[in-house]
Design a protein around this ligand. Structure first.
Ligand code: FAD
Length: 377
């Protein structure tokens, strides 16, 4: 754009920003990427500790049905064959997730799908009326045993309230599989980028000017002067100085520990489904890459993260947008303000206040970039 140093300045080096930067650069645009954090990757950032790629903002498992997105990410990383098969630990009893024949066999000793189905049907009958709360809803879907051991405590920790005090609509359906299949995701493609997500995002940003520890909003006027257009992937309410109020998030707290043992729990994810244990799950990061470094050597130590549900307060790390009426309406009001910002494109999970899986945010960034490249300025 005439007189401007850059065609685009992209605020945010997460997946949305990195994909947009790559696409625009490859089509001949000049791009500067800035991020207020000291690293690229946004929330998919992984950090190496004792050879283990630790998912610093929560465990991330790439999965998609979108062949184009799968091909796209494979340009920047080699994906391994990791398949998410979490385990639930209820007072030392271990159950396979999602609910499938292995779960039912452990719960009741049943072997055939028919026996499992009969057991669930019999237990569902306990609720003979329209469910009035989450507890009744869950029992009406899968019966009391699964509810008591695998749903109740976990859900109560997540929400900080008794299931009998939570509305029924939170759980609309509970997928139940009558097959011996414990692959959590129903996705055609799944895996973890070997060497970590950070390297994948670094590869996306290869050759593109990137400034870290740089907050767009603190120097907005300067940056606006330098760029034809801004792509902003930070929180939309922060952009407008929270003038209409704070959008809320559901938060998670992580406690990371480096342990001098090779194997803590034998699986990447173990959910703790009893209420008495304060964390909801433990992630053991090395199992995302089969406990080995890139040369195939066994890693001697391990890093675990205990996850706790926590209440979000303004200023905390924003994790999951809250999908309720109040926040939806507030976002709509911010979006109307955003529509008036002619040279700014709001994108990604914070810019659009929307939960996106990684494949979805990549698809969205590809779509937005394409539109920018094909719409006359
Ligand atoms: C706990 C958790 C687990 C998840 N697990 C999975 C999973 O297993 N599989 C999956 O597909 N998806 C998962 N996701 C979703 C995934 O994290 C998102 O799809 C992805 O991170 C979105 O990328 P983004 O670029 O939109 O946002 P972000 O990654 O948040 O990037 C936004 C960037 O903007 C920067 N920024 C903000 N404000 C400013 C500013 N003013 N100036 C400069 N920079 C700024 C931030 O520092 C950040 O780096 C998970 C999400 C969470 C919260």
């Amino acid at each position: 754009m005439a007189g401007k140093k850059y065609d685009y300045i992209i605020a945010g080096a997460g997946l949305f920003g990195a994909v947009a930067a790559r696409e625009l650069t490859d089509s001949g645009k000049s791009v500067l990427v800035i991020d207020r954090r000291s690293h690229v990757g946004g929330n998919v950032y992984t950090e190496k500790t004792e050879g283990i790629n630790v998912h610093k903002y929560g465990a991330h498992i790439f999965h998609t049905n979108d062949a184009a997105v799968w091909e796209y990410v494979n340009r920047f990383a080699r994906f391994n064959r990791f398949t998410n098969s979490p385990v639930a630990n209820y007072k030392g009893e271990l159950y396979s997730l999602p609910f499938n024949m292995y779960t039912f066999n452990r719960m009741w000793g049943v072997v055939t799908p028919e026996e499992a189905r009969a057991k669930i049907e019999e237990q569902k009958k306990e609720i003979g009326h329209e469910p009035r709360n989450l507890e009744e809803q869950a029992i009406s879907l899968v019966g009391r045993d699964i509810y008591e051991k695998l749903i109740k405590g976990y859900t109560e920790k997540q929400w900080g309230r008794d299931c009998s005090q939570l509305p029924a609509f939170i759980i609309r359906r509970l997928p139940v599989r009558f097959t011996y299949d414990n692959n959590y995701f129903n996705a055609l493609f799944q895996g973890i980028p070997t060497g970590g997500y950070t390297r994948m995002v670094e590869n996306m940003l290869s050759g593109i000017e990137t400034r870290l520890d740089t907050d767009y909003l603190l120097n907005k006027e300067e940056f606006d002067k330098e760029a034809g257009k801004i792509i902003y992937t930070g929180p939309i309410d922060a952009y407008f100085g929270y003038s209409l109020g704070y959008l809320e998030y559901r938060s998670v707290r992580f406690e990371n520990e480096l342990l001098d043992i090779p194997n803590y729990q034998g699986n990447a994810a173990v959910n703790y489904t009893e209420r008495e244990i304060p964390w909801t799950r433990i992630i053991e990061h090395k199992w995302f890459e089969f406990g080995k470094d890139e040369d195939g050597n066994d890693l001697p130590k391990t890093v675990i993260s205990k996850e706790y549900s926590s209440e979000w307060h303004p200023g905390d790390e924003p994790y999951y947008p809250v999908n309720d009426e109040k926040n939806g309406a507030l976002y709509e009001d911010y979006r109307k303000l955003a529509d008036k910002e002619a040279n700014v494109i709001f994108g990604g999970r914070l810019g659009e206040y929307k939960y996106y899986d990684m494949d979805q945010v990549i698809a969205r960034a590809l779509e937005v970039s394409q539109k920018l490249l094909t719409t006359p300025a």
